[in-house]
Design a protein around this ligand. Structure first.
Ligand code: FAD
Length: 531
């Protein structure tokens, strides 16, 4: 078996099934490379399911003069929105203005202003925010998203949940994205184009053997070990990028990763309109409050140093209280720890650029190839969900220097599965779905369209009644949907289904989750026995 693999190695072996690994696998497979990807847990089980879920330019990065990153991300928002109008949608952000708003002392803009306008004492003036938003509107070829407006908060729905002292706000555009579904859909597309996607498969060791990589993997469920060979390795291990470099591959590299934890809290819905808030703090940081899963509000994020990627990140009481206190400076009706129904936390794998604070560390990506001692490896540092497709294109440029026989960039404008409909076509799709499946409630149909787009009809098949969809696991989760997720989206456990392929965990109780877990286990065993 091994001899055969040596004589027939894959072109690329990707370590890591987060957004960067899956984005690169998809792009590479579509260019004609043979690709294998190994993810040690579930797809998007680490950082790529724990983001704020925005396709955004990153308004605050302008204060760090990160113009390249912001411009690329702004242009990307609309490219991505068109390719996945089911899992991504435009959102308006309301930025209440108050004269007490302050910079983080480290930003280059803040340092510059403290020299030329020392009397401002670290305040973020209104004209600067307007300038930032002007750039935000014009740097990135905005065509679909509406422009910035100034808004009088008094007597308006946007002002209603806020304290009286906020009379004025700026309102600008960015987009939402279902981050973990984005990863699964990229993996699926990669597979449809010929890639092999292995989840619950850890790369335990990779070593150069002449012009090839010999890669040892372990099945995390059965413990079985396997060996693969590849011409090039891609290290997209996110927070583990350093572990892979120094332990799994044992490269003498000086490149470092900086782990910065970010946590979010979820409360019951705090206000009635569908816009987000961008709150600025007196510490120079910002947080978002975002309408979430129809009945909830998402608040985040924090920036805290995180030492060890194997330490599972969670929202500490301190981070929760920080977010609550921050939000309470804006909302009229104070929230408390009792209002928090869920929280999650992720670790940003940032390139270590030597910045002194976690907030200031660059959010841009850095790609480094090491080909000094034989077969090449590409190490990926940093990156945003928003720039994953562009990061993949840059990675493929570097890969082509070593593996030249492939076609060029192709992913811009090519929809992900279920995303082959117009950006403003969701309401039509929901209408069509309800007409064809009259047993669906409006909420249920919307959830299916937002998750599966045009594929919702394929998932529902010939069902005439809800009973035709098999077992009902609660909160509109049917057996047909679970089977779809297991067969087409690599789901293995209840957690994969209720916290990553969907957020139905917010609605199911412990008993319902246990029933789902047991059902999925039985089906896994049945399928394995039949193979
Ligand atoms: C709090 C927070 C908020 C954010 N908000 C946004 C946002 O709103 N918009 C935005 O654009 N970006 C945002 N980001 C950034 C974005 O989430 C990350 O940059 C991105 O998810 C990183 O993806 P990745 O693929 O590099 O890493 P990951 O998603 O962590 O994937 C790496 C994968 O590699 C696997 N792996 C590691 N070692 C091995 C091994 N030896 N064998 C097999 N598999 C292995 C891991 O299990 C993991 O799944 C946010 C990040 C955080 C933390």
């Amino acid at each position: 078996m091994n001899a055969q693999q040596v004589s027939n190695p894959v072109d690329l072996f990707v370590i890591g099934g987060g957004i960067n690994g899956c984005g690169i696998a998809r792009d590479a497979a579509g260019r004609g490379y043979s690709v294998m990807l190994a993810e040690m847990d579930d797809l998007a089980s680490a950082t790529s399911s724990a983001s704020t879920k925005l396709f955004h330019g990153g308004l605050r990065y302008l204060e760090y003069f990160e113009v390249r990153l912001v411009r690329e991300a702004l242009i990307e928002r609309e490219v991505l929105l068109r390719a996945m109008p089911h899992i991504s949608w435009p959102m308006r952000f309301v930025l209440p203005y108050h004269k007490d708003m302050r910079f983080e002392a480290e930003t280059p803009t803040s340092k510059l202003l403290s020299v030329v306008m020392p009397w401002m004492k670290g305040r973020r003036p209104a004209w600067l925010i307007r300038l930032g938003l002007f750039l935000y509107d014009h740097l990135g070829g905005r065509k679909i998203l509406p422009a910035t407006e100034t808004r009088d908060l008094r007597g308006s729905p946007e002002g209603a949940p806020l304290q009286e002292r906020f009379a004025k706000a700026y309102e600008y555009s960015d987009c939402w994205v279902e981050d973990s579904r984005l990863v699964a859909l990229n993996a699926r597309d990669a597979e449809a184009r010929g890639a092999t996607i292995m989840t619950r498969t850890k790369v335990t060791r990779a070593a150069r053997e002449g012009d090839l990589w010999r890669i040892e993997v372990q099945d995390m469920e059965s413990g079985a070990a396997q060996t693969h060979y590849a011409k090039m390795l891609v290290n997209a291990a996110g927070p583990w990028v350093g572990n892979v470099i120094h332990e799994t591959i044992d490269l003498p590299s000086k490149e470092g990763v900086r782990l910065v934890r970010g946590s979010h809290i979820v409360t019951r819905k705090l206000y009635d309109h569908d816009k987000c808030y961008f709150f600025q703090g007196t510490d120079g940081r910002i947080i978002f409050a975002i309408p979430y899963e129809t009945d909830f509000t998402l608040i985040g994020t924090t920036d805290a140093e995180h030492r060890d990627p194997s330490e599972k990140p969670y929202c500490t009481d301190e981070e929760r209280d920080y977010l609550i206190a921050f939000a309470n400076k804006y909302f009229k009706k104070p929230i408390s720890a009792e209002d928090v129904v869920w929280s999650y936390s992720g670790v940003r794998p940032l390139y270590d650029d030597g910045a002194s604070s976690a907030t200031a560390a660059t959010r841009d990506y850095t790609l480094k190839v090491d080909a000094t001692a034989g077969a090449p490896v590409l190490n990926i540092f940093g990156g945003k969900i928003t720039t994953y497709r562009r990061l993949a294109e840059s990675a493929l440029e570097k890969i082509a220097e070593h593996l030249p026989d492939a076609t060029g960039p192709w992913t811009a404008g090519v929809p992900l599965a279920g995303g082959d409909f117009p950006v403003d076509g969701v309401a039509d799709l929901v209408g069509q779905l309800r007409a064809r499946y009259p047993f669906l409630t409006d909420r249920w149909a919307k959830r299916l369209v937002r998750a599966y787009g045009t594929e919702a009809q394929v998932l529902l098949g010939a069902a005439k009644t809800a009973e035709d969809l098999g077992e009902d696991f609660g909160a509109t989760l049917s057996e047909a949907e679970v089977v779809w997720l297991m067969d087409h989206e690599y789901a293995r456990t209840a957690e994969d289904v209720i916290w990553r392929r969907s957020k139905l965990g917010l609605r199911l109780d412990a008993e319902q989750i246990a029933t789902l877990e047991e059902w999925m286990k039985t089906r896994r065993e049945r399928v394995a026995a039949a193979e």
